[in-house]
Design a protein around this ligand. Structure first.
Ligand SMILES: [Zn+2]
Length: 164
């Protein structure tokens, strides 16, 4: 049985597709998305707000699609916080870290692929392989993502023996 492919199923969970187009002579797809929820949650006091102050665009790279590099043009909102005792008047819309971390340039699902690619093929070979997979990444980016995610475990407690 055939099932319709909804365009919002192509982008990370929580986003709705507004429009899509090609750039760079068709080599790149740009998908304009916005959050599916109508409110924002103030990071200072946790109050929800539907009062939109303004909108801005965030451009982030997502997983490639149909052999093309995919950029999401995220229409993000700034909300007013109406809580009387909250010192923050305006806050920017945040997405779950598992979807799109604040000020990230890649979606979390792409970051996860980059991380595993970096771990498997450290350095220059990984960058070449990433290019073949339509992931525009430098060697330095791969190393940075691996270092950021792979923090060494805390040092084990030193057991002091009787002789010490
Ligand atoms: Zn607040």
């Amino acid at each position: 049985m055939q099932q319709a492919l909804h365009r919002s199923s192509l982008v990370p969970r929580g986003f709705v597709v507004e429009s899509a187009c090609y750039e760079n002579e068709g080599r790149q797809a740009v998908i304009t998305v916005r959050a599916s929820v109508s409110f924002g949650v103030c990071p200072s006091c946790g109050t929800t707000s539907r009062r939109v102050h303004s909108r801005y665009r965030r451009r982030v790279t997502d997983l490639p699609l149909l052999g093309r590099i995919v950029e999401l043009s995220v229409i993000a909102r700034r909300f007013r916080c109406d809580a009387v005792l909250c010192g923050r008047l305006i806050f920017t819309e945040r997405f779950s870290d598992g979807i799109l971390a604040p000020s990230a340039r890649r979606t979390a699902r792409l970051d996860s692929v980059v991380h595993h690619l970096g771990l498997a093929l450290v350095g220059r070979p990984a960058a070449g392989f990433a290019k073949r997979l339509m992931l525009p990444l430098s060697k330095d980016t791969l190393l940075r993502v691996v270092r950021r995610r792979h923090r060494p475990p805390a040092e084990p407690l030193k057991v002091i023996g009787i002789d010490d």
